[in-house]
Design a protein around this ligand. Structure first.
Ligand code: FAD
Ligand code: NAI
Length: 473
């Protein structure tokens, strides 16, 4: 076939990493194509990740609040009931609206959207199995691989995901009925977010976690403890230091065998639905990386240098399929930086300034170092903490669980980390990220006016506590 192009930049994958890279490349005047095989843009995040899970989190929260928490606010309602098909429909509509929106952005920015599966023929030539049938070839001066990740299967094949009764996050976003009993394997972000959704909708949820704390990698230990207490109050049950060995379907139920982390105790649980949330892994199937000579490491991640270059000169790689946290905003920042390297030879991502947010209620959010990391590195630091229970707005909102915690360098007062559990933590953390980007001290934040009455005053007062004393606590 005669290849189309040559393109200045071909992006493989239309997720948050790939689509943002494609738009940025086109904006910088590069002739750009984006190849995506899913049939819709937005990748894992928009189709089966961030967006549908947040739709379910938000609406299940409203349902739960209306049912259990609204009378004390002076609102009497009766006959509150769940319309799950409508909730799922609302979720699907938010997904479709946003994925279609990216198609419009592609048109506006003149990105060629090639619908099909990409496979390397050589470093500069890519074959595409078109979704509509047939094949085409694309010629590229530069390629950015952004093929993302997929659900990691349970180790050793001991649990088979059928997406009906034994589900991954994808199936957990599609359950047509509220399970009576749900067991969640893995107390990481997916387990806690999806566990919260189904618990609020009425399921009895037990989270089994191998480690001694919930929240996944990078969470501050003090926050993790508070987080667990809060979720337990909401009805979630936890089995920590416990490893799931197997889950088998039996007479309409799933029987789950667990073992204590030490290996001295075994137990059997039963559930109507099991969610397997033990992590995700890089996805490179069908890409034919060998034809281009691209290296992977032993975890299947495409190996890159600090300028996103793979082992092949004209091919870069970003997002979940390479190193670093598997987060949409991390993939997006890398997409922009990788394109800037192609365009001008310079780009930058500050990996110490990538926030994490768990969208439960209350939310949990953090950026920078945890206390345990600072201790391990022998850094002397100050801690400034302020509880939402002492914040006027949180009190008036009847939503005052949690705290803000600042970690600043003892000698210089420079902010090293911010950890929040509380209402709107996910929005509030941006201020911490910005402060750290500008190398701010906690005194800088403490001396910055924050509007009253807002939740963000808790942020300011935690900063005050880090370098001196807060006023309201
Ligand atoms: P992806 O989004 O995985 O996109 C890769 C795309 O490449 C896919 O669409 C795939 O079809 C396509 N592709 C793969 N191979 C080929 C090929 N050979 N040819 C053509 N196309 C190909 N992150 C957050 O930051 N916030 C959240 O709230 C959040 N919530 C999540 C909730 C869930 C349930 C899950 C599963 C994930 C969540 N994430 C969240 C993580 C987030 O989805 C990922 O970090 C993000 O999607 C990674 O972007 P990416 O562009 O690297 O890859
Ligand atoms: P994760 O890595 O966050 O958590 C998996 C958990 O499962 C770990 O705590 C691990 O100790 C535990 N585990 C592993 N094997 C086990 C076993 N046999 N028995 C019991 N526990 C076991 O992975 P998760 O939750 O699947 O999420 C995948 C990725 O998706 C995350 O890395 C995150 O980056 C991304 N994500 C981000 C979200 C956000 O930003 N809000 C939301 C959802 C996902």
């Amino acid at each position: 076939a005669t290849p189309s192009g040559p393109y200045d930049a071909v992006i493989i994958g239309g997720g948050p990493g790939g689509y943002v890279a494609a738009i940025k490349a086109a904006q910088l005047g590069l002739k750009t194509a984006c190849i995506e095989k899913r049939g819709s843009l937005g990748g894992t995040c928009l189709n089966v990740g961030c967006i549908p899970s947040k739709a379910m989190l938000n609406n299940s929260h409203i349902y739960h609040q209306t049912k259990h928490d609204i009378q004390k606010r002076g609102i009497d309602v009766s006959g509150v009931s769940l319309n799950l098909p409508q909730m799922l429909k609302a979720k699907d509509q938010s997904v479709t609206g946003l994925t279609k929106g990216i198609e419009t952005l592609f048109k506006q920015n003149k990105v060629d959207y090639i619908k099909g599966a990409a496979s390397f023929i050589s470093p500069t030539r890519i074959s595409v199995q078109l979704l509509e049938g047939g094949e085409t070839e694309v010629e590229a001066k530069n390629v950015i691989i952004a093929t993302g990740s997929e659900v990691a299967p349970f180790p050793g094949g001991a649990i088979e995901i059928d997406e009906q009764q034994i589900v991954s996050s994808t199936g957990a976003l599609e359950l047509q009925e509220v399970p009576k009993k749900m067991v969640v394997i893995g107390g990481g972000i997916i387990g806690l977010e999806m566990g919260s959704v189904w618990s609020r909708l009425g399921a009895e949820v037990t989270v089994v976690e191998f480690l001694g704390a919930i929240g996944g990698a990078g969470i501050d230990e003090e926050v993790a403890k508070q987080f667990q207490k809060t979720l337990a109050k909401q009805g979630l049950k936890f089995k920590l230091n416990t490893k799931v060995l197997s889950a088998d379907k039996q007479d309409g139920k799933v029987i789950i065998k667990t073992q204590s982390a030490k290996g001295d105790k075994e137990e059997t649980l039963d559930a109507d639905v099991v969610l397997v949330a033990v992590g995700r892994r890089p996805y490179t199937e069908g890409l034919n990386l060998d034809a281009a000579g691209i290296e992977k490491d032993n975890k299947g991640r495409i190996v890159i240098d600090d300028q996103f270059n793979t082992s092949v000169k004209n091919i870069k790689c970003i997002g979940d399929v390479t190193f670093g946290p598997m987060l949409a905003h991390k993939a997006e920042e890398e997409g922009i930086a990788a394109v800037e390297y192609i365009h001008s030879g310079h780009g930058h991502v500050n990996y110490n300034g990538i926030p994490s947010v768990v969208y439960t209620h209350p939310e949990v959010a953090w950026v920078g170092k945890t206390e345990q990391e600072l201790k391990a590195a022998g850094v002397k630091y100050n801690v400034g903490k302020f509880p939402f229970a002492a914040n006027s707005r949180a009190k008036t909102n009847l939503d005052s669980e949690g705290f803000v915690k600042f970690l600043s360098e003892a000698e210089t007062d420079k902010i090293l980390g911010v950890h929040i559990i509380g209402p709107n933590a996910g929005e509030m953390i941006s201020e911490g990220v910005l402060a750290m980007e500008y190398g701010a001290s906690s005194e800088d934040i403490a001396r910055t006016t924050h509007a009253h009455p807002t939740l963000s005053e808790a942020f300011k007062e935690a900063a005050m506590a880090a370098y001196g004393k807060p006023i309201h606590f």
